[in-house]
Design a protein around this ligand. Structure first.
Ligand code: 5CA
Length: 446
C-alpha cells in the first residue's frame, strides 16, 4: 500500500478521553473511531489488525478440529426463556422489540442458540464429539464501558461450544481448548496465563481465564512467579490425544494462579514468599465446562447407543478478539507508539523515502516495494511529500516491526537502512539483502 493512497487518519494531538496507552495509541494511529460509548468504527489500519487476529484464531480453532459457523447477532427472547437466562441476565442484555412487538435481543453470548441448532440436527452419540464456534459481534450493555476496545459494549468475540457424550469427553474438550488458546496467544506475541476464575452468568464450576499481565489490566491477579517461565513454543500436540492435552493443562495450571474472585490467601501463602506475585491482568479469554446446564433445560439429548437418551455435556470457550488489540498494545509499545509483534502487524514493513521526487530514490523504493510484494509480503510505502521527521513519527506511531529507509546518500553507496522498531537498531545493506532479511524474518509467520 502506498500511504498517499491509503486512509490513515493519524491524530496530531493526544486524545484527551484516553486513560490508558492502548486506547490513546489506537486513536492516534487512526485505527478506530468512537461511534458512541463503548461502540467503535474500525478504520483501515485497525480493521487490518483485527482481521489478522481473527485469522490466527480461525487457524488455531481449525487445527484443534473445531468447526466454524455463523449465528445471528439478533436473537429471539423465547429461546433465552427456555434456559431461564432471559430474566437472569439483567441489564447487560440489550433488549429490542421488532415491528410485530416480538421480543428480541442482541446476543451477549450464544449458548442458547447453538444448543437449539444442536438439538434440531443431532440425535446420536455417533455424531459426537462436536465443537462449533463462531467469531461474531456481541453486545453487552456494560455499566462502565471504558479503555476503548478493552471494555466495549459492542465487541468481537470468538465463542465456541463443545458437545460431548460424557463428562470425561467434555473435560477433554476443555483441555483441548486450553492447549489451542496457549498456541493462539503465543502466535500473537502474548503470554496469556490460565488462571482459576469465577464463572459468572455463563455457569458451571470449572473455568479458567487467560490473563495478560499489564499494569492497566482490570483484574487483580495472584500467582506463583514460576508460571511466567512456561512457554508453549512449537510443540506439536495431537488434539485427539486425551493424555497429551491433560498433561499440558496440568503443566500450565498446577501452580497457583488465580483472579481475585477465587483468590485463597491461605493457599497463596504456601508458596515461598519470593515467588508470590500480586499484579494486574487483562482477561483475553475464558473457558468453561458447565455439564448439562443448557442441554437439560433445552432438551439437547442424544441416544447413547444403549437404548437410552442422555443430555449432552457442554462447555463454552471465548476469546476477546477485539480486546486483544488493546492487550497486545499494552504489552508491546514505547513512548513513540505501538510495536506490533510480527504475527499480527498490519503491514510487514514500512518503506520511507527520504527524498520524494528524486528519480533514483523513487525508483529504489518502488523496486523494494515490488520485490517485497512478489514474496507475498505487504509493505507500506510512505510516498507522501512530507518531511523525514513526519514520516518517521507516523511509522513509529503505527508500529510496523521493520522499516527500510531509502535516501540519495545511501543509494550512492548502494545501500538502504533497515531498522528494527523494537530495538531501534539499524544496519545499512544493499536493497536486495534488506528484502531477503525481511523475507527470512516472516518465514512461517506471514
Ligand atoms: N460464552 C462464554 C464463552 S464463549 C463467554 O461469553 N465468555 S466471556 O464472558 O468470558 O467472554 C469471552 C471473552 O470476551 C472474555 O474473556 C473477554 O476477553 C471478552 N470480553 C468480554 N466482555 C468484553 C467487553 N465488554 N469488551 C471487550 N471484550 C470483552
Amino acid at each position: 500500500m502506498r500511504l498517499s493512497r491509503y486512509f490513515l487518519p493519524v491524530l496530531k494531538e493526544t486524545p484527551r478521553e484516553a486513560q490508558i496507552v492502548s486506547h490513546r495509541y489506537m486513536l492516534q494511529a487512526g485505527m478506530i473511531k468512537q461511534a458512541s460509548a463503548g461502540i467503535y468504527s474500525w478504520l483501515p489500519l485497525g480493521f487490518k489488525v483485527l482481521r489478522k487476529i481473527e485469522n490466527i484464531v480461525h487457524q488455531e480453532q481449525e487445527r484443534a478440529g473445531h468447526i466454524a459457523i455463523q449465528m445471528p447477532t439478533i436473537q429471539s427472547a423465547d429461546l433465552w426463556r427456555e434456559s431461564g437466562r432471559y430474566d437472569a441476565y439483567g441489564e447487560e442484555m440489550l433488549r429490542i422489540k421488532d415491528r410485530g412487538g416480538r421480543e428480541m435481543l442482541f446476543t451477549p453470548t450464544a449458548e442458547e442458540l447453538v444448543t437449539d441448532i444442536f438439538r434440531a440436527h443431532v440425535t446420536s452419540y455417533k455424531d459426537l464429539p462436536l465443537t462449533l464456534y463462531q467469531i461474531q459481534w456481541k453486545f453487552r450493555d456494560e455499566v462502565r464501558p471504558r479503555f476503548g476496545v478493552m471494555r466495549g459494549r459492542e465487541f468481537y468475540m470468538k465463542d465456541g461450544y463443545n458437545f460431548d457424550l460424557t463428562k470425561e469427553d467434555a473435560l477433554h474438550a476443555y483441555n483441548r481448548h486450553l492447549v489451542s488458546y496457549l498456541r493462539t496467544y503465543e502466535r500473537m506475541g502474548l503470554q496469556a496465563i490460565p488462571m482459576r476464575a469465577d464463572s459468572g452468568p455463563i455457569g458451571g464450576d470449572d473455568t479458567h481465564e487467560f490473563l495478560v499481565l499489564a499494569e492497566t489490566g482490570e483484574s487483580e491477579v495472584f500467582y506463583d512467579s514460576q508460571i511466567t517461565d512456561l512457554k508453549f513454543g512449537d510443540r506439536q500436540i495431537d488434539y485427539d490425544d486425551h493424555a497429551a492435552c491433560a498433561a499440558v493443562l496440568d503443566e500450565f495450571t498446577s501452580r497457583y494462579a488465580r483472579t481475585d474472585e477465587t483468590h485463597d490467601e491461605a493457599l497463596f501463602n504456601e508458596i515461598p514468599e519470593e515467588r508470590r506475585r500480586t499484579a494486574r491482568g487483562i482477561e483475553v479469554g475464558q473457558i468453561f465446562y458447565f455439564g448439562t446446564k443448557y442441554s437439560d433445560a433445552m432438551g439437547a439429548v442424544v441416544d447413547d447407543g444403549k437404548g437410552g437418551k442422555v443430555p449432552v455435556h457442554m462447555g463454552s470457550h471465548g476469546i476477546g478478539v477485539s480486546r486483544l488489540l488493546g492487550a497486545i498494545i499494552e504489552a508491546s509499545h514505547d513512548d513513540k507508539g505501538i510495536i506490533w509483534p510480527e504475527g499480527v502487524t498490519p503491514f510487514h514493513c514500512g518503506i520511507i523515502n527520504l527524498k520524494q521526487g528524486d528519480a533514483e530514490a523513487d525508483a529504489a523504493c518502488l523496486s523494494l516495494y515490488d520485490s517485497l510484494t512478489a514474496l507475498g509480503l505487504e509493505p507500506l510505502y510512505d510516498d507522501r511529500d512530507e518531511r523525514a521527521g513526519t514520516k518517521f513519527g507516523t511509522m513509529d506511531m503505527i508500529g510496523l516491526p521493520w522499516r527500510i529507509t531509502v535516501g540519495p546518500r545511501g543509494l550512492k553507496n548502494g545501500v538502504v537502512e533497515l531498522t528494527c522498531r523494537r530495538t531501534g537498531e539499524s544496519e545499512e545493506l544493499p536493497p536486495a539483502d534488506a528484502v531477503a532479511k525481511i523475507a527470512t524474518i516472516y518465514q512461517g509467520i506471514a
